[in-house]
Write a protein that binds this ligand. Structure first.
Ligand code: CA
Length: 231
């Protein structure tokens, strides 16, 4: 498996060195530079998996760099973790406003940095898997963008969670998903839900699907599968 690549833009050599050392040890490929202009060029050229961006930089500051990267078609999906010094909290708000995905306040431990990086990368991968493409099957259409489910041409009302769950399963026909996986994907890691809740949602979804209820299969002791055309 390919290592995730991280670009670190940080003008304080000591901090940069600590980050480089720890991220490399954690198995990331690390590229770094000490000012915004170079950083911008590096991100455009390398298209890394994530950027760690210091806020206070000589020349163009972190806010500006973040704004530019989040506007460009080729770089807007690259997650950015903003690093700020204490007392720059108002800048944090600004940073999140221009699209930073998370932030860390100095001083922070390498452990903290790595935890944030992992969380942000995981969220990124989640987004990839959670497409919003319409799913069309005989007698069933699921359109998350319009928040619309049609069963035999009739619109049926689904809650947001039900729609996400149904759409996720239907987007991966034939694949078995464990309950806890679905919980993390659909309901979110932060939410407090018990395992059985997935079953409650599925029961409700099946009811609404009517004659198409069989499309969601229960895999005993594991979770659920949307009926695949193959597999
Ligand atoms: Ca700085």
């Amino acid at each position: 498996m390919k290592n995730d690549r991280i670009v670190v833009i940080e003008d304080e050599p000591d901090i940069l060195e600590v980050m480089r050392y720890n991220l490399t040890r954690e198995g990331y490929d690390v590229l770094s530079c000490e000012n915004g202009e170079e950083g911008l060029a590096m991100v455009r050229a390398e298209s890394p998996d994530l950027v760690v961006l210091d806020l206070m930089l000589p020349g163009q500051d972190g806010i500006e760099i973040c704004r530019i990267l989040k506007q460009e078609e080729a770089t807007r999906f690259i997650p950015i973790i903003m690093v700020t010094a204490k007392g720059e909290e108002s800048d944090v708000v600004l940073g999140l406003g221009v699209g930073a995905d998370d932030y860390l306040t100095k001083p922070f431990s390498p452990k903290e940095l790595i935890a944030r990086i992992k969380a942000v990368l995981r969220r990124g991968k989640l987004k990839e898997e959670l497409t919003s493409d319409r799913v069309t099957l005989p007698g069933l259409t699921i359109d998350p963008q319009r928040h619309e489910v049609k069963v035999n041409q009739e619109c049926v009302e689904f809650t947001a969670t039900e729609l996400r769950l149904l759409h996720f399963l239907a987007s991966h026909p034939g694949r078995v998903f464990a309950r806890d996986h679905l919980l993390g994907r659909i309901i979110g890691e932060g939410a407090y839900v018990i395992d059985r809740n997935i079953d409650v949602h599925v029961r409700s979804i099946r009811k609404k699907l009517g004659e198409h209820r069989h499309l969601i299969e229960t895999i005993r002791g594991v979770g659920y599968r949307f009926q695949g055309r193959e597999s």
